[in-house]
Design a protein around this ligand. Structure first.
Ligand SMILES: Nc1ncnc2c1ncn2[C@@H]1O[C@H](COP(=O)(O)OP(=O)(O)OP(=O)(O)O)[C@@H](O)[C@H]1O
Ligand SMILES: [Mg+2]
Length: 577
């Protein structure tokens, strides 16, 4: 019920259009209701009384009714679609907006395909329920009601007789309605799973091929496909059982009418025309009942989808901003971690009691074995996640006290995995700062050592990247990501393995650019290749989520700890090469 009300809230802005649509629906349905009345006049007045004037009137009437009904039919469908489509774009827009605000942890937990299914399938299912099924519900509801009135008017005792079958029909509808709703939910879920497998295999085509796992993927897909089939078949089974059951009960009703009504005509209580009209109403009444059950089933299915859509809309927003969050002023770049403990699940901390304070403009290197928590530290700074304990301060201001936008504006990241959008090279770099001029953008590309390869591409800066464009090498992608960060010009810069995919030569050039970029900014450099961080003002060595060493390159070498060890290994292996 609350679900209905919630959907109603979206319809609210279009209520006048909806009312007009409903008026059209009622008039279109009224056309149907009038037909048996014509038959009654035909039988009683034309066939029995040989009234020729009535015959002409009937002929004219039928044409007029159908013309008017056509117009109303158009109005009903057009206006209903108008309302339905509007509500859908409103909801879909809202879901998309919501997705932009959901925290990273939502994306860690949900599969891409499932999320996509919310926005596409589920919202569309909701629309179908609202347009087609609401039209049907109103039309058939009105026809049902009108038919009943006409029947009562014609012969109320006969009507009572007919409706003895009604409770049985209702029971069937209730019983199957529940089952249909449940299987409707299963279908949507199974469809979401299919989309998800599909999405995964498409995006990992290279991995699948290299491991020769096509057969494995096919069987995985077949499993989901079968689950979907079974869910659909369960639903179909209920639908298919429901209809004949109801029709059988209806047939019993018709028999009763023929038997009892026939007696009434014989005894002269009603005319033959009235009985025929009554019969037409009664037979036709099974249609609206049938369609009502069907559209009610569809609406149930859609409500399950609607529930999922609203579940997404109700998820807690992005890491909550405090109600009185201030705007982080232009920072100098002092960064302080105070007793920070963090885990993606609160139970298993990844970072344990991290403490450090970085002076503005310092270059800090984070090193340590894979999985030590380096990237995790990097994602806490722009507050992709909230710490479980402790606090992170920038210029003495807790990152929790400021608005996310103002914080993230001042933190630039070149991530470990570069993501480029479908679009031109130009647009991809411009993403760093949307109001940058062409000159500034090329300047940034040059600084990132990307300009030369970009102008070598077929269309230069206007070359399309992604699905419908060229693919770049890993190193080229990194350089575009660096250009993007340079253009953004943040006070605090995080380079997570930013040059790991470059050859030594380009790395040296990009490193030069980065060295220039890092001047005057607080920079975090994460690198496995220790040669690139020798110059850092400070090196933090992480192991198992704790800072185990802290100092400059020379100090740490002298300390002969983990860093010295790692460095020796790399140094030796590069010498033997
Ligand atoms: N989104 C996530 N959800 C849950 N756990 C995660 C997530 N990202 C990382 N982890 C876990 O956190 C730990 C630290 O990961 P992190 O990415 O910070 O390591 P890293 O030091 O950057 O390693 P690498 O050098 O390989 O990039 C790992 O054990 C990893 O399994
Ligand atoms: Mg990492």
């Amino acid at each position: 019920m609350t679900l209905y009300l919630r959907i109603l809230k979206y319809i609210q802005p279009y209520k006048y259009t909806l009312v007009m649509a409903l008026v059209c629906t009622v008039f279109a349905a009224a056309g149907n209701l009038y037909i048996p009345w014509i038959i009654k006049d035909m039988v009683d007045q034309v066939l029995a009384d040989k009234n020729e004037g009535m015959l002409n009137l009937i002929a004219f009437g039928i044409i007029a009714i159908f013309a008017a009904r056509g117009l109303f039919f158009f109005g009903q469908n057009y206006l209903m679609s108008y309302v339905g489509q509007h509500v859908v774009i409103d909801i879909r827009g809202e879901v998309f907006k919501k997705l932009q605000r959901l925290p990273m942890s939502f994306y860690d937990k949900n599969k891409t395909g499932t999320i996509m299914s919310y926005v596409t399938n589920d919202v569309s299912a909701l629309q179908a329920a609202m347009v087609e099924n609401t039209i049907e519900l109103v039309t058939e509801g009105f026809i049902l009601l009108g038919s009943i009135c006409a029947m009562v008017y014609l012969d109320w005792k006969l009507t009572l007789f007919t409706f003895c079958t009604f409770p049985i029909v209702l029971w069937f509808m209730r019983f199957f309605g529940k089952k249909i709703r449940r299987s409707g939910g299963e279908i949507q879920e199974a469809t979401a799973d299919i989309t998800s497998v599909l999405q995964e295999t498409i995006s990992s085509a290279r991995v699948i091929k290299s491991f020769v796992r096509e057969g494995y993927e096919v069987s995985r897909f077949e499993k989901e496909n079968m689950t979907n089939f079974n869910a659909n078949m369960r639903n179909a089974k209920y639908m298919a059982t429901l209809t004949p059951c109801i029709e059988f009960v209806a047939a019993i009703g018709v028999t009763l009418i023929l038997w009892y009504g026939g007696h009434n005509v014989i005894s002269g209580y009603i005319t033959a025309g009235s009985l025929i009209a009554f019969l037409v109403y009664a037979v036709n009444i099974s249609n609206p009942i049938k369609r009502l059950t069907r559209s009610m089933g569809n609406i149930q299915k859609a409500l399950a989808a609607g529930q999922r859509v609203f579940d997404v809309l109700d998820l807690p927003e992005e890491i909550e901003e405090l109600p009185n969050a201030q705007i982080l002023p232009q920072v100098n770049g002092n960064v302080e971690f105070k007793a920070v403990t963090f885990g993606y699940n609160a139970e298993s901390p990844i970072l344990k009691n991290i403490n450090f304070s970085i002076n503005p403009g310092q270059v800090v290197a984070l090193v340590g074995p894979s999985g030590a928590g380096k990237s995790t530290i990097a994602s806490l700074l722009p507050r992709f996640y909230d710490v479980n304990q402790g606090e992170i301060n920038i210029d003495g201001i807790n990152v929790r006290d400021v608005t996310l936008d103002s914080l993230r504006e001042q933190v630039g990241i070149v991530p470990q995995e570069t993501m480029l959008f479908n679009g031109t090279v130009y647009d991809n770099i411009l993403y760093g700062r949307l109001d940058a001029t062409k000159e500034e953008l090329e300047e940034a590309a040059k600084a990132a050592n990307a300009h030369d390869f970009i102008i070598g591409l077929a269309d230069g800066y206007m070359t399309m990247l992604g699905d419908r464009g060229v693919n770049l090498s890993g190193g080229q992608r990194q350089r575009i990501a660096i250009a993007r960060a340079i253009l953004k010009n943040p006070r605090i810069l995080i380079l997570d393995e930013a040059t790991s995919a470059l050859d030594t030569e380009s790395e040296r050039v990009v490193q030069d650019a980065l060295d220039r970029l890092m001047v005057g900014r607080t920079s975090f450099v994460i690198a496995h290749r220790l040669s690139t961080i020798k110059q850092a003002d400070r090196i933090l060595v992480l192991e198992n989520g704790s800072v185990v060493e802290d100092g400059t390159h020379d100090q740490l070498l002298a300390a002969e700890g983990l860093y010295a060890n790692l460095y020796q290994i790399q140094y030796r292996s590069s010498e033997t090469k």
